[in-house]
Design a protein around this ligand. Sequence first.
Ligand code: SF4
Ligand code: SF4
Length: 399
Amino acid sequence: MSEDKNRDQLRRYFLMGKIPFALDESTYHRFSERNTVFSRVGWDTSYRAFRRGISDREAELVGRKGYSRFGFAASPASWMVHDYFLREFSQEEAESLQSTGFTQVSSNLPRYESGDLNLNSDRVKRLAQIFGACDVGIVNIDPKQHFIYTHNRKGKRINLPNGIKHAIVLLIQMDYSALMTSPKLPASITVGNAYSRAAFAVGCMAEAIRNLGYQAIPSVNSMGPSVPLAVLAGLGEFGRNGLLIHPKFGQSVRIAKVFTDLPLNADSPINFGAVNFCRVCRKCAKSCPSQSISDGEPTWESPWNTPSNNNGVYKWYVNADTCYDFWVRNATDCSNCVRVCPFTKPPGAVHDGVRFFIRNLRFLNRFWVKLDDFLGYGKSKDPDDFWKSEIYLNQEMKR
Ligand code: SF4
Ligand code: SF4
């Protein structure tokens, strides 16, 4: 089959929902974590945000609405568990972790032996819930390791240890009312909080698996791009803004994973109409303050010339350079594209009903987008309300 025909078939299958994404083997190459913007700010002198951090403008913005002194204290603090424990207890730091005893196996029992893959899978999913995940899936690592980085952000080659066959993918829920204040500081606090809880969850998961006598590498953003692994693990679909859309939690989740050789059953990808909804929705592209999200149909190549995009997948590309530029200007991160996404809503009978129609009656999608706008969903909420404990209590009681 010619390359064009192959691409065309993959593209059609993707848009019909027959495959979770379309990857062109002839042009796709594994990615290095050094090419993510978070790494490039440290080494890429050609990037205009070289050596610019999101705290650079704190002093300029503090005191403005949404940028309170408490916010600037809480936002970096929310990342503490993730950052303090050496990048989510990951392989990159394994040697120093072992020297501090963090990854020592703490069980004296012999290795756990069970051929019951269903039981093992169910137990690890329950463990993930206990440690804080709102949903969990399992994916087989493909032999070509498409979604494992070639190098970590220090430039060291990543070699998965022999025998690692699966990734357990965990979703950690973020706080809906905080997200609704994006791009102000309260939204950043729930993002950092979710990353810290993700680091805690995968750290505990990996320790439990090692205690069973198997290998386990915890990771949040390291080791490989999380979104494709989550899609393959049956946790959702790719959104226009490059993030996962979960059928229940929408985009109000962060993703983490544990790579392991514990024998497990993989889950299958799901399709609930999200990709086709994105084709008509475009709310994230319209609401992005830096116009970093593709507004048209998916493409095989990025429209932007940046090393932070990886061509060869038929998808909507996001300009990570201009996105991060906005974060620097904003003195904190941004979740506007998550805030406005019609899938980012608390669960409830009405929203579940709409999700049923999105899954089954595609021709109504434009109507749902218009209704979402009409009802004012996704509008930025007053960041001052986030700090009122009484309002928070009332919201919790309504859940
Ligand atoms: S995080 Fe903000 S700046 Fe970045 S793509 Fe989303 S909306 Fe745009
Ligand atoms: S805002 Fe709309 S287009 Fe963007 S990810 Fe959500 S559903 Fe897709």
